[in-house]
Design a protein around this ligand. Sequence first.
Ligand code: AR6
Length: 170
Amino acid sequence: MPASRIFAEHGDITRAVVDVIVNAANSSLLGGGGVDGAIHRAAGPGLLAECRTVGGCPPGEARVTGAYNLPHRHVIHTVGPIWYGGGLDEAELLASCYRNSLKLAVASGARSVAFPGISTGAYGYPIPAATDIAVRAVREFLRETGAEIDVMFCCFSAEALGLYQSALMD
Ligand code: AR6
């Protein structure tokens, strides 16, 4: 049985060569800035129209939609925690985003998925801590479920890429 790969790449997630991509959305699922804005721009208006029918998504959970003009099979929208200093279950909520997104990716039949650094932009989660949580949550999910899916951490900055590469070497 081929093992799932976990790796980091620098770039724009809308161009990631994977079956499904994950969006770092807000709980309205009606679009925003950052990676959410980039995904909606590249997907076109069909994505927003479908998102309007979904009815939002609480932090830590995930929802799946079509990908419209994107070259992917689906977009998985997850809502990360806003960073308030670490005392409001931010770490657990962030890990849940990765787990719940992976569950939907596997259920959709995807063999590969790309994640942005959920919560590390507008939501203010410190990137080193968020990176460790992301890597740990993905490894645990793959170990516990035995799922066969390649996982790309799509890094928008050289700093993020360096942090993921060292976390993946541990
Ligand atoms: N590809 C990959 N990563 C990207 C891209 C891209 N095209 N653009 C930005 N990033 P953010 P959040 C990185 O702010 O912190 C939105 O308005 C970025 O450098 O997009 O979860 C939503 O609607 C950062 O590392 O998401 C919400 O309101 C990471 O993606 C809110 O922002 C996440 O940054 C969510 O905030």
